[in-house]
Design a protein around this ligand. Sequence first.
Ligand code: ATP
Length: 363
Amino acid sequence: MPGVRLVNLLKQFGKTIAVDRIRLDIEDGEILTMLGPSGCGKTTTLRCIAGFLIPDEGEIYLGNQHVTTLPPEQRDIGFVFQNYALWPHMTVYDNLAFGLRLRQISKTEIKTRVDNALAMVRLSGFAERYPRQLSGGQQQRIALARALVIEPNVLLLDEPLSNLDAQLREEMRFEIRELQKRLGITAVYVTHDQAEALALSDRIAVMNKGVITQIGTPEQIYNQPSNRFVAGFIGLSSFVEGTVTQLNQANGCAVVTTSDQVNLRVPGDHLSPQQKVTLAIRPEYITLKKNMTEAVPEQANVLEGEVIRAAYLGDVIDYRISIGQWVLRVHTPTDSILPAGEKVQLIIPPERITLIPGDLGQS
Ligand code: ATP
C-alpha cells in the first residue's frame, strides 16, 4: 500500500486560509490522525487528499503517483463520512456493490467481495436489509465496508464515530484500528476527539489554524507537547510562568522562579539564564498530601498550597489548588475530599514538568 505525501498544501476559501502550506508524510500502512479544534482545517485537508477539493497550491502524492488534480474516482481511495452517507433506497448489498458495478467487475466477483467485506465488519447476513433497518453502529460498519470493498490503497475517515454513543464509539475505535492493521491499509483519520486520536493512531498530527503544530506518537504528543496549544488541547494541564534563575543543579535540573517567588525545579537541558518559560503540569503527575510526614525524593518539588475547590468525578477527585497566584489542577484517588481552605502540600517530580519556551501569551 502506498503512503500519502502532502507538499506545501494550501487551500483558501475567499479570505479564509483553511490549510496553510502543510507538509505531511504518512507512512505506508500507517494510521495517522489529524486532530484539532473545529475549523482548524482537518476536513479540508482530507477532502484535498480525496480529490473532492483541489488545493490552490502544493502537491499530493499517493505513493509515487502525483494526484493533486486527479478526480476522486481515479485515486483509489475509500472515504468514510461522519453521517455514513449510505443510499437509503438501496439494500446493504447494493450499497456495497455500487462502486464495484461502476468499475465493471463481474457479478461473481462482486458477490465474493461484498460477502468478504460484510464478514470483515462482522455483518454477514445483513445484505438484504435497508439502512433504516440498521442501528447507528451497524450503519457505520456498513459505511466502512463500502469504503473497503473497492480495495482502496488509502482509507480516509472523517469523524466516522461522532454520531455514535460513547460506549459504541470506544468499541469501534478498536475495530477500525484492528481492521486497518489486518489489511495493512494506509489510513488518515480526522477527529476533534483526543481520546479517539490517542487510542487508535500510530501518529497524531495536531492542527491549529490551518497548520500542523506538532506531529508524533500518541505518547510523544501527550508527554512532550512542543507548544502551549498542544499542551492545552491534549489532556489537562496547568500552566505556570516563570524565569530561569539557576542552572546546573544536581541531576541536570534548573530552577524556575515565578513572579511571586515560587521556586520549581525543572529538567534543565537547553535553558539559558533569565529565559522566560511556561511550565505545563498534568494533574495526574502531582501528589497531594495533607500534613506530610514521609520523606520525599531529594529532587522533588514540595509546594505549599490551599484547596480552592474539589469536584468528585467518579474515578478521581479534581482539585484546584492555589500556589501563590497560580492554580494547579490535581487529580487524586477518591478516598476523602478535602474542603476549600485546607492547607496541603503538593509533590511534583521535576521530570514530570514540561517546559514550553516563552510566556502564556505566546503559543
Ligand atoms: P470541523 O471539526 O468543525 O469539521 P475542520 O477542522 O474540519 O472543522 P474545515 O472544515 O477544514 O475545519 O474548515 C477550515 C476553515 O475553512 C473553516 O474556517 C471553515 O469555515 C472554512 N471552510 C471550509 N469549507 C468551506 C467552504 N466550502 N466555503 C467557505 N469556507 C469554508
